[in-house]
Design a protein around this ligand. Structure first.
Ligand code: UT7
Length: 335
C-alpha cells in the first residue's frame, strides 16, 4: 500500500484587517471581552469590491501550494474542497476552483464538515492515494464568514469569533515507506447538530423572512452557537482524538514535535496544551491574527508554521479539530 504526503502548502487571507475596536463600533462588544474569552485581536474580512470570494481565495491559496509542490494544475488528479460558506448553494466550490484554475475534467468533491472539513478532506485524499487510484490530490479549506454574519449586538456571541481566509495542501503519493500521513481518525455525533448551526437558507427555510422585521427572534439565516456547550465538548474531544491518534501509532505525547489545533479559541488550545504538558514551541496558534476561519483554520496555521520553519523533515505533526456537527478528528503525520 502507498503512503501519502503533503508536498505543498499555501494560504491566503484578504487584506482588510478588522480589529476588535472596529467591531465595537458595530455592536455592543469590546476588545477586552474578545481577547479575554477568545484570544482574538483581529481578523480579516473580505471587502466589497476586492474580488475575493470563497472560491477565489481558495484558488489564491491553491496556486501557492501547487507552486511549492512543483506541480502544474494538470498534475492534479482530484480536488477536495471543504467549506461551510460556499459562493452558491450548488454546485459546490470544487468545480469553481477547477474552472478558475483551468484544470482537466478531474473529480471535484465538496466536503461539508465545517471546522473539521479540511482534515476530513486530508483523510479522503489519503485514502484515494493509499489505494493507488490517484497520485496528487488538492485539498482546500476556504471560508467567507463575513458575508453571512450578524454584525448587530444580537450576533455578537458568534460574529466576533469568525474570520475569512483560505488554505490549501497538495497531498501526493510518497516514495518513502515511513514519511507521510500515518493515520487519520474521524468522528461525528449528530445529536449535537443544532448546537452550532446555520439553519437557513435551506429547504427548511427556503423563503427568506425579512430579518429587520424580527429583531427579537432567533433568525435562522445567521449561525447559532451554544458557545459554552461547544467549548465543553471541544476540550474533551480534542484530547480524546489526539490520544487516539497517538495510541494507534504506538506513540506518546513526548513524540509530538508540533501540535496544530483547530483555531477555534485560544483558551481551548491553551487548555489542550496544558493537559498534554506541551511546551510553547510545540503548539502553533495564529487565531490572534485571523479569528476562527473554520475549514481554513488548519491549512492556514499549517502553512504559517511551515513557512516559519517550525515544521522540519522527520517531525511528528499532529492536527486536531473539533467543530459543528459535532465532528472531530486528528491526523498524525511524520513530516
Ligand atoms: O470552531 C467551532 C467550534 N467553536 C468553538 O469551539 C467555540 C467554543 N466556545 C467559545 O469559544 C466560547 O463559549 C465563546 C467565546 C463563544 C463565548 O465565551 P463564554 O465565556 O462561553 O461566554 P458566554 O457565551 O457564556 O457569555 C458570557 C457573557 C454573556 O453576558 P451575560 O449573560 O453574562 O450578561 C454574553 O451576552 O458575555 C456576553 N457576550 C459578549 N459580551 C461582549 C457574548 N458575546 C459577547 C461579545 N462582547 N462579543
Amino acid at each position: 500500500m502507498y503512503m501519502s504526503k503533503i508536498i505543498g502548502l499555501g494560504s491566503y487571507v484578504p487584506e482588510n484587517v478588522v480589529t476588535n475596536d472596529d467591531l465595537s463600533k458595530l455592536m455592543d462588544t469590546n476588545d477586552a471581552w474578545i481577547q479575554e474569552r477568545t484570544g482574538i485581536k483581529e481578523r480579516r474580512h473580505i471587502k466589497k469590491g476586492d474580488g475575493n470570494s470563497t472560491s477565489v481565495m481558495a484558488v489564491k491559496a491553491s496556486i501557492i501550494a501547487l507552486e511549492r509542490a512543483g506541480l502544474q494544475p494538470d498534475d492534479i488528479d482530484m480536488i477536495v474542497f471543504a467549506t461551510l460558506s460556499p459562493d452558491m448553494y450548488f454546485p459546490g466550490g470544487g468545480v469553481q476552483v477547477q474552472e478558475l484554475m483551468g484544470m482537466r475534467t478531474i473529480p471535484a468533491l465538496d466536503v461539508r464538515n465545517q471546522c473539521s472539513g479540511f482534515v476530513y478532506g486530508i483523510s479522503v485524499a489519503d485514502q484515494f492515494i493509499k489505494t493507488g487510484m490517484y497520485k496528487n490530490v488538492l485539498v482546500i479549506g476556504s471560508e467567507n464568514h463575513s458575508g453571512g454574519l450578524d454584525f448587530t449586538t444580537r450576533g455578537r456571541g458568534v460574529s466576533v469569533i469568525f474570520g475569512d481566509g483560505a488554505g490549501a495542501a497538495v497531498v501526493s503519493r510518497s516514495d518513502s515507506g515511513t514519511e507521510g500521513i500515518l493515520s487519520t481518525h474521524l468522528h461525528s455525533e449528530g445529536k449535537h447538530k443544532d448546537e452550532l448551526a446555520l439553519q437557513g437558507p435551506s429547504t427548511n427555510y427556503w423563503v427568506p423572512q425579512i430579518i429587520e422585521e424580527n429583531p427579537q427572534e432567533n433568525i435562522p439565516y445567521y449561525p447559532y452557537m451554544n458557545g459554552t456547550f461547544v467549548f465543553k465538548h471541544a476540550v474533551v474531544r480534542f484530547a480524546e482524538v489526539i490520544n487516539e491518534g497517538l495510541q494507534a501509532n504506538g506513540l506518546s505525547v513526548d513524540d509530538i514535535d508540533m501540535l496544530i489545533p483547530h483555531q477555534a479559541n485560544l483558551r481551548i488550545s491553551q487548555f489542550i496544551q496544558k493537559k498534554f504538558r506541551l511546551p510553547d514551541h510545540k503548539v502553533f496558534n495564529n487565531i490572534q491574527k485571523y479569528g476562527n476561519t473554520t475549514a481554513a483554520s488548519i491549512p492556514i496555521a499549517l502553512t504559517e508554521a511551515w513557512e516559519q520553519g517550525k515544521i522540519k523533515e522527520g517531525d511528528l505533526v499532529v492536527l486536531a479539530v473539533f467543530g459543528s456537527g459535532f465532528t472531530w478528528r486528528s491526523v498524525i503525520i511524520r513530516w
